[in-house]
Design a protein around this ligand. Sequence first.
Ligand SMILES: [Zn+2]
Length: 284
Amino acid sequence: MRIINSHTHLIDTSVVFAEDQLHYLEYLKGIPTFSDLEAVVAMLSLESLLAQMDEAAIDKSVLFAMDGPLLTASNQFVADVCSKMPDRFLGFASVDPKKKDACETLTHAIGKLKLKGLKLHPPLQNFYPNDKNVWPVYSLASDLGIPVVFHVGTTPFGSLVKLKQADPILIDDIANDFPNLKIILTHLGTLWHNESFMIVEKHPNVFIDTAAYPYEIAEILTEKLIMRVGEEKFIFGTDFPMPYERKMHRIKDFVDVFEKIDLSPELKERILFSNFKTIMNGVV
Ligand SMILES: [Zn+2]
């Protein structure tokens, strides 16, 4: 079976560990997810990601850029990886919607750098997704025919972030105003599960990735929920290299969970591959 991991990160360590960025690491102190930060950092290489993809028989991964602290990866950084290995990676751009040139940056990332979508992380980028000032960015994404991924739900960056900016209900305003824009929520809602499923159920143009903790995938992702919310709505992702359940990230853990859970082979195939392919209009 073909598998696409629709949610992975490689960060630009030369930026994140630059002298003037080190203070951001303070926000990770005392947070259980990052109790072994050095081990997470050690995984942040293309070789490590490829080895995990091969171990889990992943055909292709979506790499997210991030114009923000801690997960920093420029559009160029992501495009360089994707152009080196186009059969293994496709890249989603990032823009900081507060910057005046956000639309120009997005146009360049899609047109010139050949990135295929937009990833936004409202709490880490410190904006409210339903702020009307961001409407031009959504309008452009809709015109370009690219999906927009929103981080929703809890986020492990301590007092650096405001959770109210990650409220899935805020996405309702965007989905109402941009019915042709494909929107992907993340992590089965990251503990904001039901509110996220409400948005996905309500809007034909809103989808959600399964980059949640493996125990959540096993407990939450039932056939009844999928049939209610929409069998075309769920896409496989893992959020490499984020730790979970006090363990280091292992993409194969997620594939193994999908092998075990009680879903029909057809549904599993949709989640692991076809649903994402449809969102991308067949271009994966
Ligand atoms: Zn992520």
